[in-house]
Design a protein around this ligand. Sequence first.
Ligand SMILES: *Cc1c(COP(=O)(O)O)cnc(C)c1O
Length: 402
Amino acid sequence: MNYENLANTYGTPLYIYNFDEVKLRYLELKESFYARKSLICYAVKANSNLSLLKYLANLGAGFDCVSYNEVKKALLAGALKYKIIFSGVGKKDSEIKSALKDDILMINIESFAELNRVEAIAKELNIEARISIRVNPNIDPKTHPYISTGLNENKFGVSIDEAKRMYIKAKNSKFLNPIGIHFHIGSQLSDIKPIHEAASIVAKLMKELKTLEIDIKFFDIGGGIGVRYKDEKEINLYEYAQGILAALKGQDVTIVCEIGRFLVSKAGELLTKVLYEKINNNKRFVIVDSAMNDLLRPSLYDAYHKIVALNGNDELFNCDIVGPVCESGDFLGKNRELPNLKSGDLLVVKNVGAYGFSMSSNYNSRLRAAEIAIINNKIKLIRKRETFEDLIANEVDLLGEE
Ligand SMILES: *Cc1c(COP(=O)(O)O)cnc(C)c1O
């Protein structure tokens, strides 16, 4: 790939996604559940570019959405309504209503209060809402605490006992149809054991529900398959799938997974340009034109992303790679070895296809980056760089007549 040309044509910072790579990951995942009914739902929040959603919809993917706007984006991108799931711990009435009207596959419910709301809204619409309940199996996924979701201390899901009460209520309601069961214990998991333990606990609950004549059809195992940013252990997909099947012990259900990071992370790169170098008290800083508003993960999670220099000689020196934002937490990498660089040289930040652009902001009134896709070696612009006009478009009044 000629990064110089890309930088000249599209400017920097620039997100570059290799869609062919996304396809490989999708097929790999789909095949790991071969011979079983499975639905791979892409977790839209990882990267919600419409062209990416359309590409995944064309491959047959479903979508896991955590706001109604994500449902709308999935539908706009051509997703089939019976492959869309609506999750999230705090849905508004208007969001629930719209999702029910759209007749999507199911709504993942995260509290008794939400179950009651969904029932009331379904009654108002005089329809039967298909639902799934998110069970919190109280399993430690051994990941970063900000992305751990399956412990009692987390806000997500309900306990096994509460879930039972909710399923019984749903079964007895004319307006609720409990078709799924769901868990998601965290993100960036490198150990499959916690997922399998969670699957066993939830599969056991599913079996109990069957004796109560509550017949679950969708076993939703959440997402969270980790990727290698630095030296993390990677999950073997075959073992991952086999462990889930073992936990099910032959119960006949469609396996649903909600995968974000694994599908798109490695396919993404952030191309950025060096502005200056400076040395403060022997500490070398490489200042680039991307910042925490473009890629928040290093600042938010102290996440590691590999950074590669495209120019410079072989001699490497220690440095921090930082952005122009007025925060000490604004860095892309710390204590890295890079050659001497000059203004205009290019760096590539790796593995940013997931939770990169989708977490970006306009902080410091910076304009959000452009995004391009590579499909069959062809380059497509899939999002224009923001302009100053975009930045101020929603601001009104300017205090009017005082
Ligand atoms: C974020 C999220 C996912 C996707 O997580 P990844 O780590 O990106 O695979 C799946 N399900 C739910 C409910 C989520 O909140």
